[in-house]
Design a protein around this ligand. Structure first.
Ligand SMILES: O=c1ccn([C@H]2C[C@H](O)[C@@H](COP(=O)(O)OP(=O)(O)OP(=O)(O)O)O2)c(=O)[nH]1
Ligand SMILES: [Mg+2]
Length: 161
C-alpha cells in the first residue's frame, strides 16, 4: 500500500476470533468470519455473528460485502448487500446471509470466512430543496432506458420455442 492506512479500533467479542484480514496486500476487503456454525436450507437466511465490534473515525463507514467464491460455488448472498456499518455503531458486526441455491443446504463452520468488510470515506450531506432540478443528458431515464440487458436473451429464447 502506498497510502497511509486508516486507523480503526477493534474489539473482539469472541476471544478466539481471528481479526479481519486482507488475503493480499491492496485488497479492498478484510474477511469476516462467523463465530457460530450454521446450516441453511435452500431459501433460508440467518444473521451470523462475526465476533468483532469496531469504532470507525468520523467521516467513515464500513460496508459488509459478499464473497464472490461463496456466491459462485454455493449461492450464498447477503440479503442487505452491502450492509452498512455506521461510524457510531459499537455493537457486534453481523452478517445477514441467505442460501439462494434451489437444492443444496449450505453449512458454515465456526470461523469460516463469510463476508468482507470494506472501509470507505463517506461524505456528509446537506439537502437543499428546490422546485426544479438542473437538466441533464440522462434526465429521468433509468431502469433499462439504454436497452440491451442480459435478461432480454431469456425472452428471445422463449419466443423461439
Ligand atoms: O450488514 C450489516 C448491516 C448493519 N449492521 C449494523 C451496523 C449498523 O450501523 C447498524 C444499523 O444498520 P442499518 O442502518 O443498515 O439498519 P436499520 O434497519 O436502518 O437499523 P437502525 O434503525 O438501527 O439504523 O447495524 C451490521 O452489523 N451488519
Ligand atoms: Mg439505519
Amino acid at each position: 500500500m502506498d497510502h497511509a492506512p486508516v486507523d480503526v479500533l477493534i474489539r473482539r467479542t469472541d476471544p478466539d476470533v481471528p481479526l479481519p484480514a486482507r488475503a493480499h496486500p491492496g485488497d479492498a476487503g478484510c474477511d469476516l468470519v462467523t463465530t457460530e456454525a450454521a446450516e441453511l436450507e435452500p431459501g433460508e437466511r440467518a444473521v451470523l455473528p462475526t465476533g468483532v465490534s469496531i469504532a470507525l473515525p468520523d467521516g467513515y463507514a464500513a460496508f459488509v460485502h459478499p464473497r464472490s467464491g461463496l456466491a459462485a460455488r454455493c449461492g450464498v448472498a447477503l440479503v442487505n448487500a452491502p450492509g452498512t456499518v455506521d461510524a457510531g455503531y459499537r455493537g457486534e458486526i453481523k452478517v445477514i446471509v441467505v442460501n439462494l441455491d434451489p437444492r443444496k443446504n449450505v453449512r458454515f463452520e465456526r470461523f469460516d470466512r463469510i463476508a468482507q468488510l470494506v472501509v470507505q470515506r463517506v461524505e456528509a450531506v446537506r439537502f437543499h430543496e428546490v422546485a426544479q432540478l438542473p437538466g441533464s443528458a440522462r434526465d429521468a431515464g433509468g431502469f433499462g432506458s439504454t436497452g440491451g440487458h442480459a435478461g432480454e436473451h431469456n425472452s428471445y429464447a422463449l419466443k423461439g420455442q
